[in-house]
Design a protein around this ligand. Structure first.
Ligand SMILES: [Zn+2]
Ligand SMILES: [Zn+2]
Length: 342
């Protein structure tokens, strides 16, 4: 077997990623090595590259939507796991803090590692992670479809739970990229009525095909909040903001009904500013949602297996073409995820 592999490295903020040869890692105690079949491209990679997200670490492999096959295990991991097809959960919490104890490893203040964010991720041929982070896939889910569950799918499940969606509730998905598509599907699986706000005929057609109750073309209307009011009567029970601009977040807050919940997931360099009275007199809740728990990823896999969620892949590209893939994400002309294959 080769001892080195190709990997796309983050060297520091405001620097382009570089394809480099690095050593193929070996699993230590409690770990598994995954031969990567597919890694989704997430907007977060742009935030890392541009310096908007900087967790302080340098020189690691990016990528956190990882699917592949376990090809080696370390001490204490059942050998039967070798050959298992898996999607990888990308938080490894400390295991001891109040958040880890509750299963909220995405909130751990001192995580052991975070593949793709502070330690080696999935734009590579192999990755070594804690074995329990490798979530087994049923045979009906292909690896290329599974990769986007690692972030887009599990993030949607997590945000949907925070929004406490109930049957009949109106859920607005403001921003219709990979996470938005998964959030719409999750909301529909909860029995919610869904409104997708997006740009471009192809994406909005995809929303209709996913069963959106209504779609709004953000480029074709002067006031998306007014459109939501017209559709819902009073306003939405929950709005998921995946755009993260001052304009989108202001509109998202304005389109809620009383007691509505605004869930912020996407971000840009913009600030969210609002007069408190707009929240106070309508008892609006504003929530942040980051990543997911390991349980949320298990739930996402289960929902896909049951046909209630379906990852949307725009295209598959070679790992070596990562720069082209990132440019396409930046241009926002995709319908679904790009998946890289080593
Ligand atoms: Zn992501
Ligand atoms: Zn912890």
């Amino acid at each position: 077997m080769n001892t080195s592999m190709q990997a796309v490295r983050y060297l520091g903020p405001k620097q382009n990623f570089e394809l480099r040869a690095v050593a193929i890692p070996s699993p230590g105690p409690g770990q598994a090595r995954v031969k990567i079949a597919a890694c989704g491209v997430c907007r977060t990679e742009l935030h890392l590259r541009d310096g908007l997200l900087d967790l302080g670490r340098r020189d690691f492999t990016v990528g956190h939507e990882i699917a592949g096959t376990i090809d080696a295990v370390g001490e204490g991991v059942r050998a039967e796991r070798i050959g298992q097809r898996v999607v990888v959960y990308y938080y490894e919490g400390c295991g001891d803090c109040r958040y880890c104890r509750e299963g909220d490893e995405q909130l751990c203040p001192a995580p052991a590692s975070q593949p793709g964010f502070t330690s080696d991720g999935g734009y590579a041929e192999y990755i070594v992670v804690r074995a329990r982070n490798c979530v087994a896939l049923p045979p009906e889910i292909p690896l290329s479809q599974a990769a986007p569950l690692g972030c887009a799918g599990s993030t949607a499940v997590h945000a949907g739970k925070l929004a406490r969606l109930v049957p009949g509730a109106w859920a607005v998905i403001h921003g219709f990229g990979g996470v938005g598509m998964a959030t719409l599907q999750y909301a529909a699986s909860c029995g919610a009525r869904t409104i997708a706000i997006g740009l471009g005929a192809a994406r909005l057609q995809a929303a209709r095909e996913m069963g959106a109750t209504a779609v709004i073309d953000a480029a074709a209307t002067p006031d998306v909040a007014a459109d939501v009011a017209t559709l819902t009567g009073e306003g939405a029970d929950a709005v998921f903001d995946l755009v993260g601009t001052s304009a989108s977040m202001g509109a998202s807050a304005a389109m809620l009904r009383r007691r509505g919940r605004l869930v912020l997931i996407g971000y840009t360099a913009d600030l969210f500013s609002i007069h408190p009275v707009a929240l106070i007199v309508r008892e609006i809740a504003v929530l942040g949602s980051v990543g997911s728990t390991l349980g949320d990823l298990h739930d996402a896999v289960d929902l896909v297996a049951r046909g209630l969620m379906r990852p949307v892949i725009d295209r598959t590209m070679r790992l070596a073409d990562f720069a082209e893939a990132l440019a396409a994400v930046e241009a926002q002309d995709l319908t679904g995820r790009i998946v890289l294959t080593p």
